[in-house]
Design a protein around this ligand. Structure first.
Ligand code: NOJ
Length: 721
């Protein structure tokens, strides 16, 4: 392998090396040739540059990819195949629930399975590498990209990051098999902490906080073997990530030992000028190279550097060394993907038709949607509904076909069932009421008349697909006013109400929860989302989703997350409005607590933790916490739930959260079944960041909380010796 790469490196000119480090968008490549002008007509690239470019983003489809690769190779001097990349975030054509939804399944195996399918579909459509998973830890629902994340907890995030890398890449040793693709972990680093939840904004946090809470997701993805990492748009520790030598050279390369490709986000190198840390494109290019950024996605700064170097006629040794290192990494990935032997890897139309959007894949998409749906309220056990229940179906999303959510560019919304279709297939007595939500048209008498014959009203509310994802920051994460007024009016009819909330982010649902008897959160559930919702409403599927992000009571509480650090004046009672105790860390107009906490989600079954036993209560630093948890399903219905284990360190060297998730296990219990579940938590999981920024475990006293949500009360003490 090394020989071929060394040989190529020897043959490549500086301009060819720099082009190999550049990624251009699909607009530059046509099946019958290559366009020389950029999408905006602004950025011209020469024919030589284009035919030595290293990678293209956003092209897929076996036929098209094959033609483009063929054309490219015909014109390219060294015939190094193009690397095809694209955003496959929650499925290629078979669309799974959005990642935040999938995280609600608390099921690493399922997440791995969905990633495996996404990889196979992508590889069959000619893609070699994908821009996923996003493992930015998130705490602010104003940021639209929380939909792409695994939520607010470092351990859950890290566990699901590992699962997706395994699914996307398979077990690569030095060769990828034809059904897998290389994964690109993003956005390094801490992009989820953009100030005010505003897209592309600054992040300012201590290195201690970064290492203690934000690093784990990236670290575990890299340890699992992720081949690419993407830089984030934001500033961190005062320097934009794309030029941040400490972040990239010291933390990413040296400490995390990442030796794959570091690619910039779209135009992030060029944006170093806007950040005010580079004077020109070429200055930005040198800064990015020095920070260790191998590939330039769409800023053309690397091309401009090549032109400058050519004019100057002399290339500094330092730059040559940096370029060689980066080109080596790019060629190594191409080698691992087998592109030198077969530049047309996966570009086979028949195979694409065989592998993409199959019924088997769709079945997994449905299972994933079922397991990702969170039941938030179920007053008087209104759900599930009997098949002969008379239902009025309404709300602006009841006939919505796009339940896919953002980042599903290959998903087809025309074939999906709507919630109305799926419920009409299940219940005989369904009337769909297509109300007009325009202001002032909500007449109670009309509503009463429309719902008169029904026992239950099912209303689908929420946000549209384009209201989540990149560039969708929002100051008010809540339902549109018209929808809330509609729900209030429905409530006045006196009918039982089941509310379905479609969303890519936590919303303030305080009033919605009051006006709903049952409240169901399928997020954006994907290709088979409507069928999954219907199965839950009928009880064919018992909901088991748990929240990966806290839901606030009020916008003013944001950021609100269960694992915030302890303060010197904690709220001891539950009542913030207690005037006697004014000088505590609290609000005078709202409670501190969430509306729905991390890990929360109801079931139709009644699960109880009966007993928690620690095999040893004194455990060595290099040991394991072994516990036996007796769980019972005290109901007449089978179901799944998630046992969650949180630890509390009584005294630590640096401030720590009151509790933090250290293990979770999804289990299935039959009706009236009880089981003892063995859980093992390696003590290394209790390591936290000390003042010297190293992570280690302390001896001392701890409390272990076990239950079905982050606010569980059941606890047991132990000691690390
Ligand atoms: C910008 C986004 O931030 C990133 O996540 C995505 O992968 C790239 N664009 C490529 O589409």
């Amino acid at each position: 392998m090394v020989n071929r790469i060394t040989e190529l490196l020897r043959k490549m000119s500086i301009a060819e090396k720099i082009a190999q480090l550049s990624q251009l968008s699909a607009d530059y490549f046509q099946e019958d040739g290559v366009t020389l002008t950029g999408p905006t007509g602004k950025q011209q690239v020469t024919s030589e540059e284009l035919h030595s470019v290293g990678s293209v983003l956003g092209i897929s489809g076996a036929e098209r990819a094959r033609k483009i690769q063929k054309n490219y190779l015909q014109h390219s001097r060294l015939k190094i195949p193009l690397l095809f990349m694209a955003d496959v975030v929650h499925g290629y054509k078979t669309i799974f629930p959005i990642p935040l939804g999938l995280a609600s399944s608390f099921d690493s195996e399922l997440v791995e399975e969905t990633a495996k399918i996404a990889a196979k579909e992508s590889a069959s459509a000619g893609l070699h590498a994908i821009f996923a998973p996003m493992v930015d830890l998130v705490r602010d629902p104003r940021w639209g990209r929380v939909m792409e994340s695994n939520g607010e907890d470092p351990f859950l995030n890290g566990s699901l990051a590992t699962a997706s890398i395994k699914g996307f890449q398979g077990c690569v040793t030095d060769r990828f098999d034809e059904n897998h693709v290389a994964a690109c972990v993003k956005h390094f680093a801490a992009y989820g902490a953009a100030e005010g939840g505003r897209e592309y904004n600054t992040v300012d946090m201590s290195e201690w906080q970064f290492r203690d809470q934000y690093l784990e997701g990236y670290q575990r993805a890299i340890e699992t073997g992720a081949r690419l990492v993407m830089t984030s748009f934001n500033t961190l520790f005062g320097v934009p990530a794309t030029a941040n030598e400490h972040l990239m050279r010291t933390i990413l390369r040296k400490e995390l030992k990442f030796d794959g490709i570091l690619i910039s986000d779209w135009n992030a190198i060029g944006e170093l000028k806007e950040h005010g840390v580079a004077s020109s494109q070429t200055d930005a290019a040198v800064k990015a190279l020095k920070a260790g950024v191998d590939m330039d996605m769409m800023s053309f700064a690397y091309f401009e550097l090549a032109q400058k170097l050519e004019k100057e006629g002399q290339v500094p040794q330092e730059i040559i060394k940096l370029l060689d290192e980066s080109v080596y990494r790019v060629l190594k990935l191409k080698e691992e993907l087998g592109l030198f032997e077969d530049p047309f890897r996966g570009m086979d139309l028949l195979k694409e038709e065989e592998n993409v959007l199959t019924e088997d894949n769709l079945k997994i998409a449905q299972k994933a949607a079922e397991e990702s749906t969170v039941l938030l309220e179920n007053k008087d056990n209104l759900l599930p509904l009997k098949p002969d229940t008379k239902i009025t179906l309404c709300g602006p999303l009841v006939r919505e076909r796009d339940l896919l959510g953002s980042w599903s560019w290959k998903g087809n919304t025309t074939k999906n069932e709507t919630i109305a279709d799926a419920l009409q297939n299940k219940f005989k007595g369904v009337t769909v009421f297509d109300e007009d939500l325009a202001e002032g048209t909500l007449d109670l008498n009309v509503l009463k008349q429309k719902t008169a014959d029904s026992e239950v009203v099912i209303v689908a509310l929420g946000l549209k697909s384009y209201q989540s994802g990149e560039a969708t920051s929002m100051t008010k994460p809540r339902l549109p006013k018209k929808q809330l007024n509609f729900l209030k009016a429905l409530n006045e009819t006196g009918k039982k109400i089941v509310t379905i909330i479609i969303t890519g982010r936590p919303l303030v649902l305080t009033e919605v929860s009051k006006f709903s008897d049952a409240l169901l959160l399928p997020w954006f559930p994907g290709s088979r989302g409507a069928e999954a919702i219907a199965n839950i409403i009928t009880g064919e599927v018992n909901p088991s989703g748990k929240l990966p992000m806290s839901f606030p009571r009020d916008i003013g509480q944001i950021p609100l997350y269960y694992n915030s650090l302890r303060t010197g004046r904690p709220l001891t009672g539950s009542d913030n409005l207690d005037k006697e105790n004014k000088y505590l860390s609290k609000y005078i107009d709202e409670e501190n607590s969430h509306l729905y906490c991390f890990g929360y989600g109801l079931s139709y079954a009644d699960f109880k933790v009966k007993k928690v036993q620690l095999v040893d209560k004194q455990i060595a630093k290099n040991g394991e916490l072994n516990l036996k948890v007796e769980v019972a399903n005290e109901s007449h219905i089978d179901g799944q739930t998630v046992i969650q284990c949180y630890t509390h360190q009584c005294v630590a060297e640096t401030a720590q959260p009151d509790r933090e998730l250290k293990m979770f296990k999804k289990i299935m219990l039959k009706a009236n079944e009880a089981k003892v579940i063995d859980i093992c938590i390696p003590v290394t999981r209790l390591a936290y960041t000390h003042q010297d920024l190293t992570k280690k475990v302390d001896c001392g006293n701890y409390v272990l909380y076990v239950g079905f949500a982050a606010d569980t009360k059941r606890k047991i003490s132990f000691e690390i010796i």
